[in-house]
Design a protein around this ligand. Sequence first.
Ligand code: 13P
Length: 348
Amino acid sequence: MNLADLNKVALAMVAPGKGLLAADESSGTIKKRFDAINVVSTEESRRDYREMLFRSTEAMAQYISGVILYDETFWQNAKDGTPLVRLIEQAGAIPGIKVDEGTQALPGCPGELVTAGLDNLAARLKKYYDSGARFAKWRAVIDIGGSGTGGPKIPTMTAIHVNAHALARYAALCQAAQIVPIVEPEVLMDGDHDIERCYEVTQRVLNKTFQELRIQRVALEGMILKPNMAIAGKKSSKQASVAEVAEKTIRLLKACVPAAVPGIAFLSGGQSDEDATAHLDAMNRIGNLPWRLSFSYGRALQAAPQKAWSGKAENVAAGQLAFNHRARMNSLASKGEWKAELETGKAR
Ligand code: 13P
């Protein structure tokens, strides 16, 4: 492992004013997104859609540091035959690859999941590196449940432990293959829990994750953390303000994330586009942080372009405009320079 080079890539992934595009939806997830805009999900429509994003020149050159790809996309060519990976490189961004293989039920822990994909991972990483991938992603999923509803109180320590262990196994294998691991322990915002409970669960998850990373000798300087924010569940009647989300998330991260980690790139997790931007902006306005704080958004970058595109070739320019706009808003937020007025599109 060459740690200086890993660190260089990690810093480039969170370069000032830039963040990551998570375009690594599995075939099942992208089908759901396409269903919502009445587009049939085929190998070709998935390619056309992603090619539209990667050819968005303003966003890709100025606001997007790297793109997380799904295996199918990683090996696909653009309509003119150029590999999509080369398109991303030519645009000035770094290609990355999701290497986990989704979740499975965790035995003995009803309602909980563990992420799979460690089998043959070393060999897969080598193939991806040889074809241009310089970073990877693995997502662990932690659900919060049972808060006052009589259901099982989850997450269990078992689920937190096995997921943290797998994240660290993956991260160590990535670094051995000269690939920067994005370590993503996602605490879901699907429940009715309040921000305090999200804080408490995320704290346990992050502490366990960093404990495992240390045990498995992962070099913190050569990784990126992709966490959820401290935020109330979508079904909670007690939604927190932007200022409270920002203040609590920063407090939480300062308590759990060592300063040796070069960057933190948040997932959007189902927040509205504007909330995801406003929260990131408010955190960067607090300032004085030991790590760079940016975005690695999927839905919050893609919902608008998906709608504008709607599967029609004549809408490609509109889709790219929508993508450029969201990428620019999040770029500003990563510097603490976003303003709500900019969302109208008038104040460019
Ligand atoms: P969202 O921003 O839609 O949560 O997606 C980010 C991601 O990569 C989840 O693994």
